[in-house]
Design a protein. Structure first.
Length: 563
């Protein structure tokens, strides 16, 4: 029999052991928190490394996985997509990538990581027939919504979870076809669960609903990923973590700029989101199955080859085809692609959108021609790029002979905003009298330009292109001081180059010296502001490595002494 004393001693030993374990865990958490605070206080840009280890899902057709970072409180996608193509056998299309599909989400600022909630979300697109059923006569190659998967990564982003080897399971939630939901509601409406998600719900609504549900009946289906937060931008991470980030790692950019844009960091990306539309059914008994076909063309109508990127991890494509929603009058796509073309070509390029009804029967589908067309130029008449935000596009009827003729449709108004501007200028209602009739259909896109070379501010553009309007130089320099600070710091190197070039190239005259000096003082004061103080190193880098305007020294010294 065990004595009372030995029981007490065993209890004491166990108690000490528990206390030691608690203390160890406290110390570990404190060290992690100290390391996290040190990391967050000294770094402005972060990267999140994700590795997709496996995707378990019984689809039976090819699939596309589109993964991105998402803020559910703002219903906002923070990053572009990481694209993975999966085959009908349940393997990656590139078999050598099995169990190893790394992606680095870059340009994340501390404010991104400190959002109230941050999620890794995945949209699963099925590529095949309209409905999942047997039959050789069905149209193939159609992109159809199939499901989503979401994971709360707030603790990973804040550095509270730091285990690069731990595999996280992200449960899969299937999306139901609208026709299935309608049938279920008619037959057994009291029994249909309210959590069923319909295929035509906007993507943000689908993600928000799954996030709110918490419990997903996944039946063992889902994604397996590892996650690790790394301090630094892409260049820094490649240097510090070569064993984690190599050539096989897909680079997933933020849809926006990092907190600091270093000199020499050139970017020229235009994000285009196919938002939603409303389409007349015409002679059909049911609404159309609308496919949107997006391409980029020059002013002569020639397609820009491989200019569209549906997701990081793959090369560009010339034509992007949207997901198709079955018999829906007002489809909501919410699909974002990246358009990347040489800076010098942007001024003569436009987006062209074609609309086509896709029949589920192959024989009928072959005879279906595009029924509508829309377009929008990437650059406005004043030389600034298309404004960020929503654009309501006119949908024109497609006359096959004229639809490809850019000279014909480029003379027509592209957006509702253009027509409203014409009406304000003429003070008369606008009547469409173009050679291509306009339809009753409507279509919306959203654009976001992330460029260190293309500005949406006409006054800053005036400075950057000052040689073209040198007669207005005094007005250009005065207007610069009215430009919003965020736009100036984005183009800091080009702005400083322009100011010093004005000093150098007008060295015979002193007309503009004081205005240039005032502009430089304005910029330096701006960077001294608490909002932009993290751009101080950028200014120092510019002065030490990029500033080479020798003649400007003398003028600056003179202006400094006289002020």
């Amino acid at each position: 029999r065990t004595s009372t004393v030995s029981l007490f001693q065993a209890h004491e030993t166990a108690s000490r052991s528990v206390d030691d374990r608690i203390q160890e865990e406290k110390t570990r958490l404190q060290n992690l928190e100290m390391r996290r605070q040190t990391l967050f206080s000294s770094v402005h840009t972060y990267s999140l490394l994700m590795n997709l280890k496996n995707f378990v899902c019984n689809i039976g057709e090819d699939a596309e996985l589109l993964m991105s970072l998402y803020d559910p409180d703002q219903s906002e996608f923070i990053s572009e997509n990481f694209l993975v193509r999966w085959d009908s056998m349940g393997m990656p299309k590139e078999i050598e990538k099995l169990n190893n599909l790394p992606a680095l989400f870059t340009d994340l600022s501390s404010s991104d990581l400190m959002r109230e909630r941050l999620f890794l979300v995945c949209q699963i697109i099925r590529v095949g027939s309209m409905e999942l059923k047997e039959g050789k006569k069905q149209t193939g190659g159609l992109r159809r919504p199939f499901g989503v998967a979401v994971m709360d990564i707030t603790d990973v982003a804040r550095g509270k979870i730091d285990d690069e080897d731990k595999q996280h399971f992200i449960p899969f939630q299937q999306i139901a076809m609208e026709t299935y939901i309608r049938q279920r509601q008619i037959i057994m409406s009291p029994l249909i669960p309210s959590r069923v998600i319909g295929e035509n719900e906007p993507l943000t609504a689908v993600f928000n609903k799954v996030i709110a549900t918490r419990e997903v009946n996944h039946k063992g289906q889902g994604l397996f990923v590892t996650l690790k937060l790394l301090p630094g931008d892409l260049a820094q991470v490649r240097k510090d973590f070569p064993h984690l980030v190599d050539r096989s790692t897909a680079i997933v950019r933020k849809m926006g700029f990092p907190e600091i844009i270093l000199p020499g960091n050139v970017r020229n990306d235009i994000y285009v989101t196919l938002l939603q539309g409303e389409f007349d059914r015409g002679k059909k008994k049911t609404p159309k199955n609308v496919e949107v076909i997006l391409s980029v063309h020059d002013d002569e109508g020639n397609p820009m080859q491989k200019a569209i990127f549906p997701g990081a991890g793959y090369d560009g494509i010339t034509e992007y085809k949207s997901v198709i929603y079955y018999q829906v009058k007002q489809p909501c796509w919410n699909e974002t692609v990246k358009v990347t073309i040489p800076i010098e070509d942007v001024c003569r390029c436009h987006l062209r959108v074609m609309f086509r009804h896709r029949s589920s029967q192959d024989s009928r589908d072959k005879s279906e021609k595009p029924f509508g067309m829309a377009y929008v130029k990437l650059m406005r008449g004043d030389g600034t790029t298309l404004k960020d935000g929503r654009h309501e596009l006119f949908v024109y009827k497609v006359d096959v002979k004229k639809a490809d003729d850019a000279k014909v449709y480029l003379s027509l108004p592209a957006t509702l905003a253009e027509v409203e501007q014409i009406q304000r200028q003429t003070m008369k209602p606008f009547h469409h009298s173009g050679v291509i009739p306009v339809t009753k259909d409507s279509f919306q896109i959203a654009t976001l330009t992330c460029s260190t070379k293309l500005t949406q501010n006409v006054d800053l553009l005036g400075l950057l292109n000052w040689r073209s309007n040198s007669q207005d130089l005094d007005q250009i320099l005065q207007r610069l001081m009215e430009v919003e600070g965020g736009e100036i710091v984005k183009f800091l190197q080009d702005t400083l180059d322009a100011l010093f070039n004005i000093m150098m190239e007008t060295s015979e005259k002193e007309t503009y010296d004081s205005l240039v000096f005032d502009a430089l003082v304005f910029i330096i004061t701006l960077i001294g502001d608490i909002k932009f103080q993290h751009f101080n190193p950028v200014l120092e880098t510019y002065i030490s490595k990029h500033f080479s305007a020798t003649l400007a020294y003398r003028k600056l010294t003179r202006e400094t002494n006289s002020s």
